[in-house]
Design a protein around this ligand. Sequence first.
Ligand code: ZN
Length: 160
Amino acid sequence: MQITKNVVALIHYTLKDDTGEVIDKSQEGTPMPYLHGHGNLIPGLEDELEGKKLGDKLNARIEPKDAYGVRNDEMIQDVPRAQLPEDVDIQPGMQFQAQGEGGVNVVTVVGVEDGQVRLDGNHPLAGVTLNFEVEIAEVREASAEELQHGHVHGAGGHQH
Ligand code: ZN
């Protein structure tokens, strides 16, 4: 059985940036399940997995435009320190969830100076080329309910 739209695949993966640093990986011995063709993975990785089958291994190098997008400098803004919670010690590198136009966004503090806090609303992986090592651990039919919901149920998926 091949990976194609509406099929559930379980994958072991390791994700590295171009310096070889590990950004993310599936849990040891527990492959990550996803429903193919429903936007549950970044587009570039779904393209690479299309047509693969149990036991296949692949290395995929995915440019930002097919991953978390290119960086947009307009998403960097300065806000007065007073607009942020007083009881939090704001430091560069901290991340907040902020309500944006398209839902909840993660913003990263990139600087604190003169009563101003510089916030970067780009996805933390925007502009980053992603290097995946993937092994296909299982490929199965999706249940009618999974197709209706557009995601995987059970271990490693949605529990409801
Ligand atoms: Zn569901």
